[in-house]
Ligand binder design. Structure first.
Ligand code: PMP
Length: 281
């Protein structure tokens, strides 16, 4: 277990880390976050994640006081102090502490930065496994493009999926199109061998892993389209996979009890997963 966390200027044992009960992140989910994977000195897609963090802060008008260089120093210190070789870092910035009031109009609170390192088992060379998923109505707010900590619909979706023995819950919009997973972006490879993932249309998070994989697909002459697809198209496709910083490229072999590609992991998913690891190792 990694013990040293960072709370608002202090490196401290996670058991002793304290957050003010009036933190707006705690009251309102008025906070943004990132998760970055770390493997032996290498951060996966570091610049993309930090850029998105600053963009999320801008989107909800949090005036953050640290530069990306200052953030990097803290992140590196945490991995050194925790002696973690493989794991991830969770970075959260809330609007700060204030008497409970919905509006932040005129508020002069100072943002609160917290970071937690998690030690993980390095599963990169493990045999690739396919997972099950189930679909559900996308009942989130209209700005899932902002990476806020306000994640209750995602929490309920993932829990429901796990209860049904599935790894991921896939959200479907009111027109029958797939938006994304509860904590991942969703991709299909259709009968024409086209790789499809939903365009950045404000209805999904602009996944950093998604962007990297999309670049690989384009550079390696795959037929790749950023275009939304329906639940039926997904169920009838050759391959389905999900992407996220913690799950990389993970094949989905069954959705709503229907086997995808006869329930066998597709070769394009494997190829893209291997390309992803090759980039960082
Ligand atoms: N969509 C949602 C809703 C997510 O929570 C995540 C994971 N943070 C993703 C997509 C994938 O994003 P990334 O590749 O940046 O981890």
């Amino acid at each position: 277990m990694a013990n040293i966390s960072y709370v608002n200027g202090l490196y401290c044992n996670i058991q002793e880390a304290k957050i003010n009960i009036n933190d707006r992140g705690y009251h309102f989910g008025d906070a943004v976050y990132e998760v970055i994977l770390y493997n032996n000195g290498v951060f996966y897609d570091y610049d993309g994640h930090i850029k998105r963090l600053f963009n999320s802060l801008k989107l909800i008008n949090i005036k953050f006081h640290l530069s990306d260089q200052q953030l990097k120093i803290i992140i590196k210190n945490l991995f050194r102090l925790n002696r973690v070789n493989f794991g991830s870092i969770y970075i959260q910035v809330s609007r700060g502490v204030a008497d409970r009031n919905h509006s932040y109009f005129g508020l002069k609170s100072k943002p609160i930065l917290t970071m937690i390192v998690s030690k993980k088992k390095n599963n990169i060379s493990d045999e690739i496994k396919g997972v099950k998923a189930i679909t559900m109505v996308d009942n989130r707010w209209s700005r899932p493009d902002i990476k806020t900590t306000q994640l209750l619909p995602n929490v309920l979706a993932k829990t429901y999926a796990n209860k049904k023995n599935a790894y991921e819950g896939i959200f479907i919009d009111h027109e029958g199109y797939v938006t994304e997973g509860s904590s991942s972006n969703i991709w299909i490879i259709n009968k024409n061998n086209e790789i499809l993932t939903r365009e950045i249309d404000g209805k999904i998070l602009s996944g950093i892993t998604r962007n990297t994989i999309s670049q690989f697909a384009k550079n390696n002459n795959f037929k790749m389209l950023e275009k939304k697809f329906t639940k039926d198209e997904m169920l009838n496709s050759r391959e389905v996979f999900l992407t996220s910083a913690s799950s990389f490229v993970t094949p989905i072999i069954e959705i709503d009890n229907i086997k995808i590609g006869n329930g066998i992991i597709g070769k394009t998913s494997i190829e893209l997963r291997n390309l992803y690891f090759k980039k960082f190792n």
